[in-house]
Structure formats: structure tokens, C-alpha cells
Design a protein around this ligand. Structure first.
Ligand code: CP
Length: 490
């Protein structure tokens, strides 16, 4: 019998799989490890090992190059007294023979107790979790997310006595292709920071990330030009709409009337051009150097970078008191030790339940076989990987706007949004642009429906337009609005 995932197993695929309390617990334990297993010379370095994970094995399954993530996870497991097995090069694993990720995960989960995975495809880690009875940690999937990097970033800020509430964080570079940025901005938004995007040209935050910041994390966009903002930066800031209550980064209540443009920058987060995710190889790209940091507004700004750097962060900054990126990389060990301990339940606490604070919204899921209807709009999503074709499904969260007037479908794997689609009835052979039939979240009802990307696909599959369904794509009628409210999530 095929091995199945255990619904009770906790995976960390997105930073939003962790509640605020989870993150607080991870940091509390990471601080304890730094204290209990110190290096006498470097306060950010774990200097000794323990035996608390001596009965456990970590599998690191890396389909893309890595230095920090893989080695710090492996170091973390060894420092906990556990063992490590590694597949670091897809050319020497059975992926080279054509084995699917889903099968690899089902096999490897028998060899280890916890798994960290990196993959070039967005959504690959969620697919792995679907097939894994042991905890899966996302070590970076395409340009989707890199949640444990964000844990290191936030931990570094806390060690620098930065409180995220009211903090102003500039994010520079490839905001579109950088998965570290996507996890980071969700966390910043959750904890009430103001985000100042400084993208390279054409590398702005993806539309669906911006939409989530507004719709799910209560952010608003504030014009940088108000008050004579710096024209060299992006036109918008992302700020919290209302005061946040999280204790982790508690500070004074945010003053919505304060002019964020005038506020000094507390942290500059630099990212490299993700050349592996772009067709264009040479792009004009912002460079952070001493001259840039000499501007008075950066006088107290910590400089972070997930690394590796490839020229966008000048080495002359290394000796500046504001440079914290090597420390940030060092914190990968205690932070990942804490996460592993919590997921394995070996430090007196367990991450098996959300413990409060932010909780990921729950949406109804529309699920149809891979062979039928609409596919994820993101061509780099794992659902488009031919090797996984038999193992993925067309699975989407059904997400309504607050007033229930519009709907979109968010891919369960990579979290990209499809805003246009039509819903067809197999029984009646009609289709409609109206989302209402989807809102009856009952599996039996879903089986009678097919969602197509557009009318052309529906017509090509023998469906005809339902009379009187001329409303805009994704729109819902009154009945849909009422039902949508009933499963709008927590
Ligand atoms: N920050 C980071 O993910 O680095 P690696 O690619 O070396 O793992």
C-alpha cells in the first residue's frame, strides 16, 4: 500500500505556517542554545554540541545549490546530537534517472525523522509535504518562499535590539525573483513593520504578494512622494493599516499619521539578482556601498543580506558597524536547531499545534485531477514539472474579496493567483464566469464541476455558455456572497 502523509504532521513550507507564538518559541529556544552551548569568543556562534536529538536523523534533499541553508541545517542537527543523510546533487540521485519528487520523498521519509528540501520549482516543498509522513521544512522552493531564512533575518534583528513594530525596512534588489524577500515581507507585515521597496527595474514585488500584503496582512500602500520622498526609490511604502498586537516585537503603538517618508531607515535588506530565475542575464542593478549608506537616513540602519552576494553589496561595507550579514548567516545554526527541536518535540515543547497569534487563514479548497481544466498560472510551479504530472492535482484555495463580489483561485502549491476562470457543470454542460457554483464547498458537488482557465477552453471541451451569465470573471452573485462569508476563514 502506498505510504501516505499524516495529517497531524507539522510542516514548515511558508513563514505563514508558523504562528507568531511559534516564532517566539523558536527564538526563545535559539537564545537558550546560544547560552547553553556557547563559543567563548563569538556570541553569535554555537560552540559546543548536545545529545538531545541523538535518536533522530535529518535528511537534506537539495535539488539546487546551497551553502548556508544545507550546511547550517546539517550543522544544527549534528550540534543537537542527531545524524544527517544528504542528497545534495540531483545528478547523483535517482532524480537523474527520472524519479519523481513525490516518490523520492515517500522513500526518504523511511530513512529519516525530519526532512529539509530545496527545489528550483515553486511549490515543490508543499508537494513533498503532501507525500511525507515526517516533517518537511522548505529550504527554498523556486521564487516562492524561504521561511527559515526569514527566521534567521528576524532573529538577527531581535539580536540588534530592533523591534519590528514601527520599524522601517528597506528591501533592495530582485524583489520578484527572491524567495527570501517573499517570506520576509509577510513576516514584516505581520509584525507591523513598514516596508520600503527599492527594486531593480522590472523586479518589483509580484502582484500576488502585494495583494496578499493588502488583503491578508492589513497593509496599505503609502506614496513615497508625499512630503518630497526620494525619487530614486519605489513609489510606495507598505505600512500596517492598524496597530498590531504581537508581543514578539512590541513597541509603541504605530502612529498612522506619522510620515513614513521622513522616518529614518532601521534596516536595509539587500538581495542579489536571481539570475537562475530570469531569461535576461545582465541587468542594471542597485548597489549598496558606503556612499549609499552615508545618507543620513541610513545612519542607524543594520545591513542584512541572505547571501550569497555577487557584487550588489560592496565588500567595503564589511567593516562597517552596521553590517550584520555574516552574523545573520551564523544564526542559521541556533535558529535551525530550535526549529528542528520543536518539530521533533525534543525541547519540552512541540510545534504540533498553533500556539496563538497569527494563524494562517483557512479557505475552501477546489481540487480536480491534473488532466482536467485550469492549471496553475505560474509556469514554474511544480504542477508543470512533467516528472510530477501523476502526483500533483489542480488544487486551489477559493478566495473571496471582503465584500464577496470577486473570487480568485490560489494554487495550493505555489500560492500564485488565477483571477480569470470559468466554472462548468458536467451535468448540464454549461459554463459561467460566475464563481457561485464553486462556493458550495462540498466534495461531491466539486466532482460535478470543472474549472477552465477561459471560455475558449470550456467551449473546446464541449461546454456552452449559460444564458444570462455575462458578469465579470470571478464575480459572485448574491447567493455566493452569503455562502462565502460562512467559510471566509479565521
Ligand atoms: N541564504 C541562502 O539561502 O543561502 P544558500 O543558497 O547558500 O543556502
Amino acid at each position: 500500500m502506498a505510504q501516505k502523509a499524516n495529517p497531524a504532521t507539522r510542516h514548515v513550507i511558508s513563514i505563514n505556517d508558523l504562528s507568531d507564538k511559534d516564532i517566539e518559541s523558536i527564538f526563545e529556544i535559539a537564545r537558550a542554545f546560544l547560552k547553553e552551548l556557547p563559543d567563548p569568543h563569538f556570541p553569535y556562534r554555537i560552540g559546543r554540541s548536545s545529545k538531545i536529538a541523538s535518536n533522530f536523523i535529518l535528511a537534506s534533499l537539495f535539488f539546487e545549490p546551497s551553502t548556508r541553508t544545507r550546511l547550517s541545517f546539517e550543522s544544527a542537527m549534528l550540534r543537537l546530537g542527531g545524524e544527517v543523510i544528504t542528497s545534495a546533487d540531483p545528478a547523483t540521485s535517482s532524480a537523474a534517472k527520472g524519479e519523481s519528487l513525490a516518490d523520492s520523498v515517500r522513500v526518504i521519509s523511511n530513512y529519516a525523522d525530519i526532512m529539509v528540501i530545496r527545489h528550483p520549482r515553486d511549490g515543490a516543498a508543499r508537494l513533498a509535504a503532501d507525500y511525507s509522513p515526517i516533517p518537511v521544512i522548505n529550504g527554498g522552493d523556486g521564487s516562492h518562499e524561504h521561511p527559515t531564512q526569514t527566521l534567521c533575518d528576524l532573529f538577527t534583528l531581535t539580536k540588534k535590539n530592533k523591534q519590528l513594530k514601527n520599524l522601517k525596512v528597506a528591501i533592495s534588489g530582485d524583489l520578484r525573483g527572491s524567495r527570501t524577500i517573499h517570506s520576509f515581507v509577510y513576516a514584516l507585515a505581520r509584525f507591523g513593520a513598514t516596508i520600503m521597496p527599492m527594486p531593480a527595474k522590472g523586479m518589483e514585488l509580484p502582484a500576488h504578494v502585494g495583494e496578499r500584503l493588502r488583503e491578508e496582512f492589513g497593509c496599505q500602500m503609502v506614496s513615497a512622494q508625499k512630503g518630497g520622498g526620494d525619487p530614486s526609490i519605489d513609489a510606495l511604502y507598505v505600512t500596517p493599516k492598524e496597530p498590531h498586537q504581537q508581543s514578539l516585537f512590541a513597541g509603541a503603538e504605530i502612529n498612522l499619521d506619522s510620515d513614513v517618508v521622513e522616518q529614518k531607515v532601521d534596516a536595509v535588506y539587500v538581495t542579489r539578482f536571481q539570475k537562475e530565475r530570469w531569461q535576461e542575464k545582465d541587468q542594471p542593478y542597485p548597489k549598496i556601498d558606503r556612499k549609499f549608506l552615508n545618507e543620513p537616513k541610513y545612519s542607524e540602519a543594520s545591513v542584512l543580506h541572505p547571501l550569497p552576494r555577487v557584487g550588489e553589496l560592496d565588500v567595503s561595507v564589511d567593516t562597517d558597524r552596521r553590517a550584520v550579514y555574516f552574523e545573520q548567516a551564523a544564526y542559521g545554526v541556533p535558529v535551525r536547531m530550535a526549529l528542528i527541536s520543536l518539530l521533533l518535540g525534543i525541547k519540552g515543547k512541540s510545534l504540533h499545534k498553533f500556539q496563538g497569534g497569527f494563524e494562517r487563514k483557512k479557505y475552501p479548497v477546489y481540487d480536480q485531477p491534473r488532466s482536467v481544466g485550469i492549471h496553475c498560472v505560474n509556469t514554474n510551479c511544480i504542477v508543470h514539472d512533467p516528472m510530477e504530472a501523476q502526483y500533483v492535482r489542480n488544487k486551489f484555495y477559493i478566495i473571496g474579496s471582503d465584500d464577496g463580489s470577486r473570487y480568485k483561485l490560489r494554487c495550493v502549491y505555489c500560492e500564485s493567483d488565477a483571477r480569470r476562470f470559468v466554472v462548468a457543470s458536467k451535468k448540464n454542460k454549461w459554463f459561467t464566469k460566475n464563481a457561485t457554483p464553486l462556493l458550495r464547498s462540498d466534495d461531491q458537488h466539486f466532482k460535478e464541476l470543472v474549472v477552465f482557465a477561459n471560455e475558449t477552453d470550456a467551449l473546446a471541451n464541449g461546454f456552452h455558455s449559460r444564458r444570462g451569465s455575462g458578469e465579470s470573471p470571478g464575480a459572485a452573485q448574491e447567493g455566493g456572497k452569503r455562502r462565502a462569508k460562512s467559510h471566509g476563514g479565521s
